[in-house]
Design a protein around this ligand. Sequence first.
Ligand code: SAH
Length: 485
Amino acid sequence: MKKGKAYIIGAGPGDFELLTIKAKRIIENADCIIYDRLISDDVLKLAKKDAELIYLGKGNTEGGLIQDEINQTLVNKCLDGKNVARVKGGDPFVFGRGGEEIEALFKNEIEFEVIPGITSSISVPAYAGIPVTHRGLARSFHIFTGHTMENGKWHNFENIAKLEGTLIFLMGVKNLDLIVNDLIKYGKDSKTPVAIIEKGATKNQRVTVGNLENILGLVEKNKITPPAITIIGEVVNLRETFKWFETENLAKKILVTRDKKQAVEMSENISKRGGIPVELPFIEIENLKIDLKDLEKYKAILFNSPNGVKAFFENIKDIRCLANIKIGAVGVKTKEILEKYKIVPDFVPNEYLVDKLAEEVVKYTNENDNILIVTSDISPCDTDKYNSLYKRNYEKVVAYNTKKLKVDREKVLETLKDIDIITFLSSSTVEAFYENLDGDFFILGDKKIASIGPMTSETIKKLGMKVDYEAEKYTADGLLDVIFK
Ligand code: SAH
């Protein structure tokens, strides 16, 4: 069997957009992705649908055990013929043990490529507004691990204390007392500024600034935890002027609860407007195989949702049969999707209701005409009522099912923890959300709830939650208009 190829990839420090274009392309095409704890979910979302995702988090283990397992997994997957993306935080060669993986690959005659990443050692300080060099302040910078001791031997701090450049320690939280005390002991000015940056370049970034003398106290007071970078030198003072990425004014995290496929566009729009989208689908849209043979017999076709349009066109054989049929769309979004299929609807009612569609089509048809309504399994579409009200022959075709999903409870609670706004685009999503929460309403706290329109709001209130935002235009974008206003 032909062996696969290994790609040793650096994914940058945490902000997904700091991934290189090359890394993105390779991750999108990989058969298998091996990743560790510092990799953002957004990176994993790039994976193709059938890619195998393997988490081998290293945590803080210093020993070789997990690394051996990683090497072995990497080798085995390549021997199985898979192209493997080995994705690491920062850069693979900056305390990333990329070299050890390459040695294992080399031994097994497996081809590899290295895709460098933006290392946290420089970029995390940058996100805290601290340049590692600056004219007149630092003409060099030096990066150390604060973690491993080679053969039980600690760094030579007598030499390090003499360096004039900026000192940067990765993995340095645990041994910070050793670092600080040795630097002072060997002559570094105890007033030298120090910054510790936790979870840099993420929305949880926190920066603690002090000096060699008082930093240990601050670490204790602020309960600083890894991953964190310690940066020591006069450049730290520049933060006062240079800081730009301040998380307290940072974008709101918005939960997107709709179907996975539809979530993509909404998430993009949230990002574009400066929010942070988090996807956790509570429903799934399942397009059905529908029989659209005798379409010519209808005088009008009514589309009750964008999904209905998509499902309809998945099933239609030849759109020329629609030539003489009047088309109604329930709202602007449905109209837009129809227009993508090069169909300009004859009418769009003012209110986004299937009842209104059924009423307005009367103007475009005669008594006893056949009218088809393309809808979903849960739509309040009542053809009997329309038949008797309007003296036409309404029929409906269910083009897709809306399935409520059972989401892992832990996952729901974990995801909700740092969400600011929860969006609901349909009543069924609200119901699914409610069922999954299973009474754990405390988690909602002061989170805001956003609803696409009156029907969905009613369901939200009925289930005992409150509505903080309601769209004026009943579309996902209309809802974002209100949220971001
Ligand atoms: N290869 C990585 C470093 C791996 S060692 C790189 O080039 O960035 C892991 C250490 O990196 C952590 O203990 C921490 O010191 C640092 N680190 C990585 N990402 C970080 C982040 N987003 N914020 C703060 N420190 C980070």
